[in-house]
Design a protein around this ligand. Structure first.
Ligand SMILES: Cc1cc2nc3c(=O)[nH]c(=O)nc-3n(C[C@H](O)[C@H](O)[C@H](O)COP(=O)(O)OP(=O)(O)OC[C@H]3O[C@@H](n4cnc5c(N)ncnc54)[C@H](O)[C@@H]3O)c2cc1C
Length: 399
């Protein structure tokens, strides 16, 4: 349903473009500080459990996955809430963890598949998640959108921004930033409507933010794309049921890659192509996620993201370790297959233009994964939230 609660002619202090991890956080913080905020979101508002209907999958060598809706890609996250390099963000990480209710996955929510893996390696650590475990039914549906609304997503911050007076426009795609005499004065939408504000913050994600900047005449954006490329390695273990339990409840962090229990429905056709008929409930899998080289780029009409030799090497090292763990857990070695590479953490495409959260030009800021120097090789939401909180504090003279 389209949300449009704003007076078009009104002047705002801030326009925030996009409502994902970065946009929702900065909007909530600024509105909380009493600023007049307009959030413009290209996608629609959907119930948490229906977010998978808004997936946009970009074929670019390594497939890039996002959702285009109110709340952005946080709506389909696995709930993993992990700190990046702590540095100057320490206090903001702590604040974010408190607000998200971050907690380690309790034993009660570790299913049979997770336990089978836990038994065979001492290196597993328990994943911190932004999930209310009193509500979570451990159904394994996180990446489709939480049917119980038990997982934190950015729509919670949007709601808090609205309570503080922010206005929200959905299904309204921003085409470009309106720039006059070297400063941003507003935005123009795809339908040609203009909205004015003292300051514009772009939070359309690492694929769309550089495109908006390019359409606004800003150069030197779009390169340096990383996506934390991953594959899922899996095989047959009868009745293990990982497909119907909370995934990624554990992780092993190695130099350059991360392993985590993960069921992927893409494993089924891979097994079929080997002549193996597999039921989803009989597959045990491990995700291998690497900190890929930032060699991709975004252009007006396309995204290019391949695998470097180093990426292939890291994926292969991770795949071998995953295979060993799966075999120790009882998976039939003859059945082990891997999916094609995908990426769910696009970032880095505006890094050269922004130093320590500086503006792109007067009164124009970027606040999303596109300004995180990376790759982090770990789930980035907590870092994006911490960084957005810091930017809001800087913009309101509190940091
Ligand atoms: C399946 C999946 C699972 C994940 N799990 C986790 C996890 O467990 N933990 C974690 O930390 N990370 C996870 N991630 C990654 C995480 O969701 C993203 O890294 C994060 O949401 C990026 O935040 P962002 O603000 O940069 O962009 P987004 O959250 O993608 O937000 C961008 C917003 O901008 C809007 N937009 C785009 N173009 C325009 C335009 N022209 N005009 C107006 N609006 C526009 C989009 O609709 C979207 O709402 C996962 C990702 C996927 C795909």
């Amino acid at each position: 349903m389209k949300r449009s609660n704003c007076q078009v002619m009104r002047m705002f202090d801030f326009i925030v473009v996009g409502s994902g991890a970065g946009g929702a956080t900065i909007a909530k913080e600024l509105a909380g500080y009493g600023k007049r905020v307009l959030i413009i979101e290209g996608g629609r508002s959907v119930p948490a459990g229906q977010a998978s209907k808004t997936y946009r999958i970009i074929s670019s060598g390594v497939e890039v996955w996002q959702t285009i809706c109110l709340g952005g890609t946080t709506m389909v996250s696995m709930g993993n809430a992990v700190r990046g390099p702590d540095g100057l963000l320490h206090e903001y990480y702590s604040e974010a963890e408190r607000e998200l209710g971050t907690t380690l996955v309790p034993e009660s929510h570790m299913g049979k598949g997770t336990r089978a893996l836990l038994l065979v390696s001492k290196d597993w650590k328990v994943m911190p998640k932004a999930i209310d475990f009193a509500k979570c039914r451990s159904c394994g549906m996180c990446p489709l959108g939480c049917p119980q609304n038990a997982k934190w997503d950015a729509s919670k911050y949007i709601r808090r921004a609205e309570i503080s007076g922010a206005q929200v426009l959905t299904e309204t795609r921003v085409r470009r930033v309106v720039i006059s005499r070297g400063r941003a004065i507003g935005v123009e939408t795809a339908e040609g409507r203009e909205f004015r504000a003292s300051t514009v913050v772009l939070s359309a994600g690492a694929v769309e933010t550089p495109r908006i900047l390019m359409r606004s005449g800003v150069q030197d954006v779009g390169a340096g794309l990383y996506v934390d490329t991953f594959i899922t390695v899996g095989g047959l273990l009868e009745g293990v049921g990982l497909n119907r339990e909370l995934n990624m409840a554990l992780f092993i962090k190695r130099d350059g890659y991360l392993l985590s229990p993960h069921y992927s429905s893409f494993l089924v056709p891979y097994l079929s192509s080997k002549g193996i008929r597999a039921r989803p409930e009989d597959i045990l899998g491990i995700m291998v996620k690497i900190a890929d080289e930032p060699t991709g780029f975004v252009e007006g009409g396309r995204v290019i993201k391949g695998l470097s030799n180093r990426d292939v090497d890291l994926l292969e090292r991770g795949r071998r370790e995953a295979e060993e763990i799966l075999i120790s857990a009882g998976v039939n070695p003859e059945t082990i297959v891997s999916t094609y590479p995908r990426g769910a953490h696009p970032g880095g495409t505006c890094v050269p233009l922004v130093k320590d959260l500086s503006p792109i030009l007067e009164s124009l800021y970027v606040c999303d994964a596109s300004i995180i120097p990376g790759p982090l090789g770990i789930p980035p939401i907590l870092t994006i939230i911490a960084m957005s909180k810091k930017l809001a504090a800087l913009l309101t003279g509190r940091a």
